[in-house]
Design a protein around this ligand. Structure first.
Ligand code: GLU
Length: 476
């Protein structure tokens, strides 16, 4: 019954967009131009596999070209459809604007269950799909730069970049045609875990503002907070690991395809991930209590709920029963517009997807810049930085010895101070900075304007305002 009232994903994003523009001073024509999806290309192609021709359907949707290239992942899942890729492309536009990565929004998808195919078959399918997109400039370093999403990863991106390079043998920037590549194919350190890292940095930044934390009824920092993570894919697994191992949070519950696991004392997340890798699920895991109906754990008593799998998992059916006072959307669109309204009325604070999962595209941006500059970050500065720091340490030690002061610098301090920043440290620093600044831009609007009730609305306002300014300055 309630399912009938739930709008589709694309409409859900539009409802959120409309709430924001309702309090903005933009002309209706411009609002419409920003809202609509510029184009969606559908391709059906055949691949000869297992002795017969199989036809696949794929999409690449471009939501906004106010900045180019446009950016967004390619998803492999059986349920991929036009409505979904258009919603995800729109979210990419707002996400990129919010975290100031200079891209428009795009998204692609292929209707396929990757588990049905062998790696060499997936390679053939991916190369064929990439060929269709490349020949229409829907993969191109200057125009449209895909990345991994659900069901794809470094391996697929390596096939795509190779396919592009074969078709554009003289393009010196070929490697910048896609991000999320393995290091040996032009990737960047820290990209794989970037979205999970971004979720951690987002939470850290939220907890730096006691006024904001107070709205959830929680207090203090992340230490000891009880967290439920839904989905232990590339985003959820890294977020859970970082929060447990580096911030002292307790991952009390996890939810996977085949059920959930619970432990009040906090699950040993490495053990859970090892079991998941070995068996493909969480059933029979040696740690935690197994819950056959995993989705029920979304409604469990905890401090922070992290939906990190897919859209629509918190909806009209379960929103009233969610008990977490704080939700951070690590997935794209995990809370439907209807559920969002219910949760808002119940005073639950939501850190919205367009901010919370922007770590992935942020590090994609660094990778793209690295590819265009043809040099690894830190290569020029690292040793110079170390040499200057060494000068300082040696001078301090000389002064101490000359004056008989007896100062000694601890070996740990010296080691850390004398190690210049390499690519990984720089990527983390850039990501941390991005997440802090974007949060501050959202919270400013949230706190300054009485007509802005929540962080999602604030995030949309910041993003739409930036997109609007760029349309206004470039002219249509
Ligand atoms: N698919 C990821 C997202 O939804 C990453 C996109 C990118 O890096 O371009 O944000």
């Amino acid at each position: 019954m309630t399912q009938l009232r739930e709008p589709g994903f694309r409409d859900s994003v539009d409802i959120m967009f409309n709430r924001a523009v309702a309090v903005m001073d933009l002309s209706p024509g411009l609002v419409e131009k920003i809202r609509v999806c510029n184009s969606t290309y559908t391709v059906r192609f055949g691949v000869r596999l297992r002795g017969q021709i199989h036809t696949f359907t794929g999409y690449r949707s471009v939501h906004s070209e106010h900045m180019e290239p446009v950016k967004g992942g390619i998803r492999y899942a059986p349920g991929v459809n036009q409505d979904e890729v258009e919603a995800l492309a729109a979210l990419m536009t707002y996400k990129c604007a919010l975290v100031e990565t200079p891209f428009g929004g795009s998204k692609g998808g292929l209707c396929i269950d990757p588990r049905d195919w062998e790696p060499h078959e997936l390679e053939q399918i991916t190369r064929r799909f990439a060929y269709e997109l490349i020949k229409r400039d829907l993969i191109n370093p200057a125009q449209n730069v895909p990345a991994p999403d659900m069901g794809t990863g470094e391996r697929e991106m390596a096939w795509i970049v190779d396919q592009y390079a074969r078709m554009n043998t003289t393009d010196i920037n070929a490697r910048a045609c896609v991000t999320g590549k393995p290091l040996n194919a032009g990737g960047i350190q820290g990209r794989v875990e970037a979205t999970g890292r971004g979720v951690q940095y987002a939470l850290r930044e939220f907890f730096r503002h006691p006024e904001d934390v107070a709205k959830t009824g929680l207090s203090g920092d992340l230490d000891g907070k009880r967290i439920v993570v839904q989905g232990l894919g590339n985003v959820g697994s890294h977020a859970a690991r970082f929060l447990a191992q580096e911030d002292g949070a307790r991952i009390v519950g996890v939810i996977e395809r085949d059920g959930g696991l619970w432990d009040d004392a906090g699950l040993d997340i490495e053990a859970v991930l090892a079991h998941l890798r070995a068996t493909g699920g969480v059933r029979n895991c040696p740690v935690g209590r197994f819950e056959p109906v995993g989705a029920e754990l979304l409604e469990a008593d905890c401090d922070i709920l992290i939906p990190a799998a897919m859209e629509g998992v918190i909806n009209l059916d379960n929103a009233a029963r969610i008990r977490a006072p704080l939700i951070i959307e690590a997935a794209n669109g995990p809370v439907t517009a209807g559920a969002d309204e219910i949760l808002r009325r119940r005073g639950i604070v939501i850190i919205p997807d367009l901010y919370a999962n922007a770590g992935g595209v942020t590090v994609s941006y660094f990778e793209w810049v690295k590819n265009l500059s043809h040099i690894r970050f830190g290569r020029m500065q690292r040793r110079a930085e170390e040499a200057r720091n060494r000068l300082l340490v040696e001078e301090l030690e000389r002064l101490s010895a000359d004056r008989g002061l007896g100062w000694t610098l601890s070996p740990d301090f010296k080691r850390r101070f004398l190690t210049g920043a390499g690519e990984l440290e720089l990527v983390r620093s850039g990501l941390d900075d991005t997440m802090r600044i974007a949060y501050q831009s959202m919270r400013e609007v949230w706190h300054a304007r009485p007509d802005v009730s929540d962080l999602r609305m604030a995030a949309f306002i910041v993003a739409i305002d930036r997109v609007a300014k760029s349309y206004q300055s470039k002219g249509l």
